[in-house]
Design a protein around this ligand. Sequence first.
Ligand code: ADP
Ligand code: MG
Length: 346
Amino acid sequence: MNKKFTPISELGEFGLIDSLLKPNKYTNSSTIMGTGDDAAVIKYLKNQKCLISTDMLAEGVHFDPTYTPLKHLGYKSITVNISDVCAMNGMATHALVSIGIPNKYSVEHIEELYSGIYLACKNYNIDLVGGDTTSSSSGLIISVTIIGEPVFSEVSYRSGANSKDIIFVSGDLGGAYLGLQILEREKQVFDKNSKAQPELEQYGYILERQLKPEARVDIIRELKRLQIQPSSMIDLSDGISSELRHICKLSNVGVKLFENKIPINKETERVALELNINPLVCALQGGEDYELLFTAPVKLYEKIKKIDSITAVGHVTSEPSKIELINSSNEAIDLTEEGWDSFVPR
Ligand code: ADP
Ligand code: MG
């Protein structure tokens, strides 16, 4: 391999920014001025709410560069932010990307990162309108700020769940966590024997769930088409049991989940068993699935359940912060703090 790597110092900060921004294109009519001036200019309708969120990914904390391709990392840094806007029942429109770059990264590396960023922007119709670039004395840092607009005049907060509402989730759960376990396992094999080839073929689905998560804009579009505003919504970045605690706390309610309703992909189940982990625990506690969880009144159940890849997993109760799992023998397992720990094998 004689691939040429250009040290960042050869281009300098401004040269690097110019090079990174060369492929940048705008597609939203609300973008008046993107990058290139002191601030971006975006047109927002008067009296319309604007959604803003930011998320930071730090090397060694949120990603391991030894098994995270830079293009995937760039893609994921955008989609996890879009997911936050979706979780308010909104659609993202604009992004700002700030990066801290350690010496060991070349211009080509950062361009690879940006190829993923641009791909996500294209797939989700997002305009990249600004950012900042600096060197970093530790690892690579990527901070993305996302801007979007609510689908309806009202947004869906975590605080809106009502007793008896049905709880829905999109997609399936636990895959991203297992993808990470496989990547960690292969890394350890490689650390011991650098000639070892990673065995990843049978893990396509869960690896994609971990490395290249998508934001569920399709669900937001469907809810809009059906004119449904969820009473509460959250995205599953930390695992459903943890996210439900937020909903319960802020809505002052409890929840009942049904074990046999929790959606688990076949590959997720197979790999969990292979690794001696209970698939249900992966689904309830595993993070980074970036699916949507929302609540809606019972009367909307028939309409919502017809949406592709949506599953009703339980319902809201009036007992504040009580999280219960009903297992296949119809027994209630208390997942509220203490109960939870005894349930999870460690
Ligand atoms: P300033 O001196 O105002 O901070 P910069 O020289 O840092 O301006 O940035 C020049 C332009 O390039 C600005 O519009 C800024 O938003 C954009 N920009 C800088 N770094 C990035 C980046 N990493 N990704 C996207 N846009 C960037
Ligand atoms: Mg700057």
